[in-house]
Design a protein around this ligand. Structure first.
Ligand code: FES
Length: 126
């Protein structure tokens, strides 16, 4: 299991939940009452953009062997997501190239396309 901390999504309630590596961020949010705006749910409209911070190196939060073994996993981002993030101005071309070349996630992701790999902190984009 990995930790997903939602911070700043309204109601003054920050929430820490557990998810399985491989879960879709948008589904985890919805199933835990976190409202992330959506329109297309297909990586095209950018309405579900969120800021992501990797907190998997936080030993106080990572508490199981599985947490540690999942560190540093490659994160594949689909071309469609990278293109949408560039169009909305969240990342530049260089950042998109680095994400593709090194399989590293960008700091802004589309919740409908973001497969959770590690413990993360999630904040609204705006
Ligand atoms: S809901 Fe449209 S990009 Fe995620």
């Amino acid at each position: 299991m990995v930790n997903v901390i939602f911070c700043g999504f309204g109601g003054g309630q920050d929430k820490r939940v557990f998810a399985k590596a491989g879960d879709l961020l948008l589904r985890v949010a919805e199933s835990n009452g976190i409202k992330i705006p959506t329109d297309c749910t297909d990586g095209m409209c950018a309405s579900c953009a969120v800021r992501i911070e990797d907190i998997s190196n936080d030993e106080a939060i990572a508490s199981t062997e599985e947490d540690y073994s999942s560190k540093g996993q490659a994160v594949y981002m689909d071309d469609k997501e990278l293109e949408t993030l560039m169009q909305m101005g969240a990342i530049n071309k260089k950042e998109a190239e680095v994400a593709q070349q090194f399989n590293r996630p960008t700091p802004v992701r589309l919740a409908c396309q973001c497969v959770i790999k590690e413990s993360i902190l999630v904040k609204p984009y705006n």
